[in-house]
Ligand binder design. Structure first.
Ligand code: TMP
Length: 246
């Protein structure tokens, strides 16, 4: 595959990794990989499996739009360009095995853990850390655990927390203008040399997004909780954050 552009020509090489929702390929360009976005959906550590038709396109295009916006706000991301509806060119990172979650409204596991009702507003955003480990089911960690396990240095962790809150400060008002409440979201960071970057994706798979007025869920919770209208919700998010489908 090639971009066909005059300046960049990228060819896909071997598959490096296949995850639940994406495939990562090496390329002919050193330090660059391709993320291929699938329609496969899983939940509850892959106990539940399914397909969300068109999800790969939505997640690829929405992630690109969010990464571009973050780059303009000074947040370093792994995004280098869009190659096709489902393929994104990215800087190759050594992923830090921590999932960073930012929460603005109580939902999901925070509602379960605290007994607070889903939808309860949070005054100052809450940042949580989880160990990225499928066999262990992504358990929650605190800073001491991160230090003990040497998952990140204290300086890296401080940067991750600061950057996660900065990302929230950029995306939350942007999405609100487009009729979406950014309830919570998951981030992954990684290193290239000594520099840290935001990696992975920003999509309805990794964010909870509610309609500002009706509070209708427009994200992967429709799949997790069998609410129906899953594809329609992804397309609606695409329409609001990326633009009309051709
Ligand atoms: P939680 O309420 O289940 O902890 O999820 C918090 C946020 O993280 C939510 O926006 C969905 C996202 N998330 C992922 O991206 N991957 C996961 O494996 C899980 C459990 C949550």
């Amino acid at each position: 595959m090639s971009t066909g552009g005059a300046q960049v020509s990228v060819e896909t090489r071997e598959k490096l990794y296949e995850g639940k929702a994406k495939i990562v390929y090496a390329t002919n360009r050193p330090g660059m990989i391709i993320q291929y976005f699938k329609d496969d959906a899983t939940a509850f550590n892959a106990l539940k499996r399914g397909t969300i038709v068109g999800k790969g396109v939505v997640n690829n295009r929405m992630s690109a739009a969010m990464f571009e916006r973050l780059a303009r706000a000074g947040v370093p991301t792994h995004y280098l360009g869009t190659l096709s509806d489902r393929e994104m060119l990215c800087r190759r990172l050594e992923i830090i095995k921590i999932e960073t979650i930012v929460r603005n409204i109580v939902a999901g596991s925070l509602a379960k853990r605290t007994g607070l009702e889903e939808g309860t507003p949070i005054t100052a955003p809450v940042v949580e850390l989880y160990y990225k480990s499928d066999p262990l089911g992504d358990p929650m960690l605190n800073d001491d655990h991160v230090r003990m396990m040497k998952l990140a240095t204290p300086a890296d962790l401080a940067w991750m927390r600061r950057t996660a809150l900065r990302i929230n400060a950029v995306l939350r008002p942007h999405m609100k203008k487009r009729g979406l409440l950014l309830v919570d979201f998951k981030l992954e960071f990684g290193r290239s040399g000594k520099t840290l970057y935001l990696g992975d994706e920003i999509s309805p798979d990794t964010c909870r997004l509610w309609d500002v007025t009706t509070r209708e869920k427009l994200d992967k919770d429709r799949f997790r909780r069998d609410l129906g209208g899953v594809e329609e919700a992804y397309q609606e998010v695409y329409r609001r954050l990326v633009g009309p489908r051709a």
